[in-house]
Design a protein around this ligand. Structure first.
Ligand code: SAM
Length: 191
């Protein structure tokens, strides 16, 4: 198991966070492991996350990025969750490569510098906004980059317009993976 390769403190914190995962809407461990492997195996460096919560997924992304020499920008609008995430990132030793931006993700994404490059985007926030997040991320996503979105099976109705949109976009190859809440994975194949 990947978690056993982490230091004792990180293992303990991830296990503690898993006890309250329904309160903080954290991703499943299987989903976290999938993204961890994708980042490490692909040598992915520039990652953005929409929806930080208390930092559970951010810890996994951060641990993968420690291996590739990359960095994470994660976005959240709730101050209290940001405080928890900050503490968790520090305890797990990933705070030096993670920047948390507070605010509505649409606004934060809209005002990213033009030359901001994204190799991998993980979207796990307000489901109705997935289609907007996708369009905003697309401007920065490199060719060969990925956009992964959680809850596309658990919240199928709410993300339907997003899935139709990315599915009909010739620049993307998108699949829905049978991970617990359903994770879509779109690769930008041209553009
Ligand atoms: C499902 S939780 C994220 C869980 C986290 N990815 C994890 O697995 O540990 C979604 C989070 O996104 C935040 N959120 C939802 N819509 C947002 C938006 N438009 N802008 C910023 N944050 C948002 C919520 O406050 C919530 O903390």
């Amino acid at each position: 198991m990947i978690i056993e390769t982490f230091d004792q403190t990180t293992q303990g914190i991830l296990q503690e966070l898993e006890k309250t995962q329904h309160d903080f809407w954290n991703i499943s461990r299987q989903t976290a492991e999938f993204m961890y492997n994708l980042i490490v195996d692909g040598g992915i460096k520039n990652v953005i996350e929409v929806g930080t919560s208390n930092g559970y997924s951010g810890i996994w992304l951060g641990k993968a990025l420690k291996k590739t020499g990359g960095k994470l920008l994660t976005i959240e609008f709730y101050e209290k969750r940001i405080e928890l995430a900050k503490e968790n990132f520090k305890k797990c030793g990933v705070d030096d490569i993670i920047e948390i931006k507070q605010g509505d993700a649409s606004t934060v994404l809209e005002y990213l510098p033009d030359d901001f490059k994204i190799d991998f985007a993980f979207v796990d926030a307000c489901k109705k906004q997935y289609i907007d997040f996708f369009h905003l991320i697309d401007k920065h996503l490199v060719k060969g980059g990925y956009i992964a979105c959680d809850n596309v099976i658990s919240h199928a109705q709410k993300v339907r317009d997003f899935l139709e949109d990315i599915g009909s976009n010739p620049n993307y190859e998108n699949v829905v993976l049978p991970l617990p809440a359903g994770l879509s994975l779109g690769e930008k194949i041209r553009g």
